[in-house]
Ligand binder design. Structure first.
Ligand SMILES: [Zn+2]
Length: 415
């Protein structure tokens, strides 16, 4: 009872104080000041940087005092170059009733932001990093239709599917090799802020069973360089990708979920024909030097890349050769060199692909260049332990038909 009385008393005094204060300030609504400790109500704005935006334009758009522009620039000097705002990046500001900047947050990338805050007349700037909590997550699924569709809806699921396809890109052509009923299991870092899933980090290990054959990948770091290795510690990376039509590139080119950009693969003659839509991106199978780029008879627009050990790869009927792809240019594995087309002697759009060794055509599908040397002795024990722990994690991961990564993540957040 006594406490209640006291509380009423405090409320009463506060109300009277407010009334007196309002009367004194004339109830100025533009400057809502609460209490007498000068705590002011801040206007909060947020948005994304538009194309061509510079800081002064952001200031103008949000009706900020021009005098603060100089203070912001001074504060950020040596911390971050605010002259290079990138369009699409989010920002937020708090602004006091006098239209002075109270704080500014500009997201440099998804994990890093510039923070400016007012301290009296001056502003201080600092670059901050989001502190994520890493959790080890695992998922398993069955291939239906294509890899992206098999992980369920949502951006995070798509990104995970593409990362998974990159890991096995030397062994599996995710456009044409997949079979209904293939399965995958993956152990991946989930980055959380609070209890909210933000994004996936690195894939730590993965299993893919393609047409009855089991492929395994383990992420391992040697001298700061992370790569994927098989269970014996041999790198998965090889001199040649499994296919010149890269799943990641094609997936980002065709945004539909049920895409089948490669309609057919056949071998009517030397080489392989990939029947695909005009404009489908074509990637270099391996590192090398462009030996020819231009028109050549029945090949139409053709690119020839010279690789090590007398290997060369030929890409014909292109609708377009990428800028910079000319005789003598260096290319790296996976670089886009052109687009599928039907130039030369082609009845419809397709990529005519050949591989030659010392000038003689070979079947690229049966060429499996040997993997590089396995991890050196010094790493073997630690790698072995890692493989054992990851195998345990993979084995206890259920393979779920019709898995939905996004709903599994949502369930985790609710817990
Ligand atoms: Zn052909």
């Amino acid at each position: 009872m006594k406490r209640n009385h006291a509380a009423y008393g405090i409320v009463f005094v506060a109300v009277v104080a407010c009334l007196v204060f309002l009367a004194w300030t004339g109830g100025d609504k533009r400057k809502p000041v609460f209490g007498d400790d000068a705590r002011v109500k801040l206007r909060k704005v947020s948005g994304t940087v538009r194309k061509g935006d510079v800081l002064s334009r952001l200031f103008k758009r949000n009706r900020l005092q021009v005098a603060d522009l100089r203070r912001v620039k001074e504060a950020a000097d040596g911390v971050y170059d605010l002259g290079k705002l990138s369009s699409g990046r989010p920002y937020s500001m708090t602004i006091d009733p006098d239209d002075r900047l109270s704080s500014l947050t500009y997201w440099i990338d998804d994990d890093t932001y510039l923070n400016l805050s007012r301290d009296g007349e001056s502003l201080t700037a600092a670059i901050e990093k989001v502190e994520y909590e890493k959790r080890q997550l695992s998922f398993g699924g069955v291939i239906r239709d294509n890899l992206v569709a098999s992980l369920g809806p949502g951006r995070d699921a798509v990104l995970l599917a593409l990362d998974l396809s990159d890991i096995f890109a030397w062994d599996i052509d995710f456009n044409t090799d997949l079979r209904e009923g293939d399965t995958f299991r993956v152990v991946v870092e989930g980055l959380f802020a609070g209890n909210t899933f933000k994004k996936f980090g690195d894939i730590l290990s993965a299993e893919f069973i393609n047409d009855g054959q089991r492929y395994l990948a383990y992420r391992y770091e040697v001298k700061g360089n992370a790569g994927y290795y098989d269970a014996e510690g041999r790198p998965l990376k090889r001199a040649f990708l499994k296919a010149p039509l890269n799943f990641r590139r094609i997936s980002s080119h065709f945004t539909g979920r049920r895409f089948h950009p490669i309609l057919k693969v056949y071998r009517p003659h030397r080489g392989i024909d990939y029947v695909a839509a005009t404009g489908t991106p074509v990637s270099a199978l391996g590192d090398g030097v462009v030996r020819f780029a231009g028109r050549r008879g029945g090949y139409g627009k053709l690119v020839i890349i010279q690789h090590r050990n007398n290997y060369s790869t030929w890409y014909g009927h292109l609708s377009r050769i990428e800028k910079g792809i000319r005789s003598g240019a260096r290319v790296e594995q996976g670089d886009m060199i052109g687009r599928v087309g039907s130039t030369g002697l082609a009845t419809g759009p397709h990529l005519h692909f050949e591989m030659r060794v010392a000038g003689r055509a070979v079947n690229p599908l049966t060429i499996r260049t040997v993997r590089a040397e396995p991890l050196v002795a010094g790493h073997r024990t630690r790698f072995r332990e890692y493989v054992v722990s990851m195998d345990r994690r993979l084995n206890e991961t259920a393979v779920v038909d019709g898995t939905s990564i996004s709903s599994m993540l949502a369930a985790m957040e609710r817990k």
